[in-house]
Design a protein around this ligand. Structure first.
Ligand code: 6PG
Length: 261
């Protein structure tokens, strides 16, 4: 099994970047990090609670985790899979983040069915679906803010993450754990974890790849937009924030380890 080249580390104002040669190396580095987080949490807490990101970027990571190189290194029975956000569609819809995760990972690894905590995108009442997911979080984590052991995040070209989009009132949510914002640009509702939950995580890892993310990544990591972009508001209070980036998305990042652009 070839091991892609080690990632180069760049310190930025918004957290450490692990700059990887290409998308395959990014997924491999993220899989190593996922495995490390899962093993540590399962050892220390007896469980590993992860919130999966959606979209297309994490699919290769999910496939790697269920593949020969990583499958035997993850404590599946102790791992609980949640979702950072979901489209308001049925679970078998091509747009469903759950469907992508099920096909790439959850149906290919020995994950107990009870360990998969799906957001009910099919619910015709998104607000009810958000309330019910919040109840599921509280049932698992207990009262207070859920502290995920790992939250995977993606980055949209306009700076959104999870389903927290620029200008959304949900960005100011300070009480609810899960929200169901209407996204004007998508003409659709979404289900999403809110910033209080994301910022309570022990580890947050963004996965950002491809040349179409080059400009927004540099802006998120080094820019000072007012108001801040949604991805800039993910700053775990007592946790680590890492960015797994490929060379295409990271083309505007400084070449030296901790230089400014
Ligand atoms: C979603 C995601 C979203 C995603 C970004 C990046 O449901 O779409 O949760 O936040 O992570 O839009 O998506 P890509 O990885 O497809 O570029």
């Amino acid at each position: 099994m070839s091991t892609p080249a080690a990632a180069r580390v760049i310190a930025t104002p918004r957290g450490q970047v692990r700059l990887c040669r290409d998308a395959a190396a990014l997924s491999h580095a993220a899989a190593l990090y996922f495995t490390e987080a899962a093993t540590q949490a399962a050892g220390e807490l007896g469980r590993f609670a992860v919130a999966l990101s959606g979209g297309s970027t994490p699919k290769a990571l999910f496939s790697l985790l269920a593949g020969d190189e990583f499958r035997g290194r993850i404590p599946w029975a102790q791992a609980h899979f949640f979702f950072g956000d979901e489209r308001c569609v049925p679970p078998d819809d091509p747009q469903s983040n759950y469907r992508m995760a099920r096909e790439a990972l959850l149906s290919r690894a020995p994950v107990p069915a009870a360990n998969v905590h799906r957001m009910a995108g099919e619910d015709p009442d998104p607000q009810r679906a958000a309330r019910r997911y919040e109840e599921e979080l509280r049932a698992f984590f207990g009262q207070g803010l859920p502290r995920f052991d790992l939250v995977l995040q993606g980055l949209g070209e306009e700076g959104h993450t999870a389903s927290l989009f620029p200008g959304s009132p949900v960005l100011e949510e300070s009480e609810r754990l899960v929200a169901a914002p209407y996204i004007d640009k998508l003409h659709a509702y979404r289900l999403t974890l809110t910033l209080p939950v994301l910022n309570a995580a022990a580890r947050v890892a963004f996965l950002v790849e491809g040349k179409n993310k080059r400009a927004i990544l540099a802006q998120v990591l080094y820019g000072a937009a007012t108001p801040p972009l949604p991805a800039q508001r993910v700053r775990p209070r007592e946790g680590t924030l890492l960015w797994f980036v490929d060379e295409e998305a990271g083309a505007d990042l400084p070449r030296e380890a901790s230089a400014q652009p």
